[in-house]
Design a protein around this ligand. Structure first.
Ligand code: ATP
Ligand code: MG
Length: 282
């Protein structure tokens, strides 16, 4: 039987100085091994919801929290953030905020050092991650001197250091070139399919994830408007048409590797029927 990885039940949150709730009675579940796309316009509560998964909310952000979030059956209210860090790897919206070390290698080792992992184990884990993510060329570079895509790769490697079962990523492709974005998303697909990581990602460009996301959660003003299989979500009246992914239909027929052609070609809107037919053929 597939385990429930994440159970979000009736979750509301209001930041201490805010006038209104950033999350309003959000409820949904994620099974182990699923790849979930979290969509919503700016300010809809995506980052807030993701921060509930690793306990930053309510443990670090002051405010009013209601409901429960369970990670593999354990409430985040009863786990502390280091405990949660072993279960949930987190990549923040801005990679530069996550960087604090002198080399990429030290950056990846940082969570392991925090947990007091013995040095020889740290070295072999970093070796593993560098090989897994193909980071040999940047291993000894300063994280401040590498590209945005490479910084995200470093942040992902650090998030994977403790081998969490769940990986949460907040708009990781937002500032990347189409090529780097596709590289990162392809890697996430591999981590999901091959390494069985449960992935939840907030992402603006839905088209790039269509080929491998299992479900989509759409937030609007803190409310979960619709959640389910991509087909069902795109057909739902709750999902705004201006949020539908735009992809050239001809390209889809020729090659299912969505996104490889990058931004220039991804501007032709598809109808909902075309989209759903495409998804059914995945
Ligand atoms: N630290 C904070 N203190 C007070 N209000 C906050 C804080 N962080 C976010 N908010 C508010 O909570 C709401 C949800 O913000 P959040 O950052 O979760 O949205 P988002 O969907 O991630 O937006 P974006 O797409 O711009 O990243 C917004 O109204 C925002 O202004
Ligand atoms: Mg955000």
């Amino acid at each position: 039987m597939v385990e429930t990885a994440i159970k979000i039940d009736n979750v509301s949150f209001k930041y201490r100085n805010a006038d209104s709730f950033a999350l309003k009675r959000v409820t949904f579940e994620v099974a182990e091994g699923e790849f979930i796309l979290l969509a919503g316009f700016s300010g809809s509560g995506k980052s807030t919801l993701l921060k509930c998964l690793n306990g930053l909310i309510p443990h670090f952000h002051a405010g009013r929290f209601g409901g429960t979030v369970e990670i593999f059956g354990e409430s985040t209210l009863e786990s502390d953030t280091p405990q949660l860090a072993k279960q949930v790897g987190f990549v923040f919206q801005n990679p530069e905020n996550q960087i604090s070390n002198l080399t990429v290698e030290r950056e990846i080792a940082f969570p392991l050092e925090n947990f007091g992992v013995p040095k020889n184990e740290i070295i072999s884990r970093v070796d593993e991650l560098v090989a897994l993510l193909n980071m040999e060329e940047i291993r000894y570079r300063s994280p401040y001197s590498i590209s945005g895509g490479e910084q995200q790769l470093t942040a992902i490697a650090a998030a994977l250091a403790l081998d969490p079962k769940i990986l949460v990523l907040d708009e990781v492709t937002a500032h990347l070139s189409p090529r780097s974005a596709v590289h990162i998303l392809t890697l996430l697909n591999e981590l999901n399919k091959k390494h069985k990581k449960t992935i939840i990602i907030a992402e603006h460009r839905l088209d790039r994830c269509l080929n491998f996301a299992d479900k989509l959660a759409f937030l609007e003003k803190g409310q979960l408007k619709v959640f389910g299989d991509l087909q069902a979500v795109f057909q739902s009246k709750e999902f705004p048409t201006n949020m539908l992914p735009k992809i050239p239909s001809l390209f889809l027929k020729l090659d299912k590797k969505i996104g490889l052609l990058g931004d220039k070609t991804s501007t032709i809107p598809l109808t909902v029927d075309e989209l759903v037919a495409t998804l059914n053929n995945r």
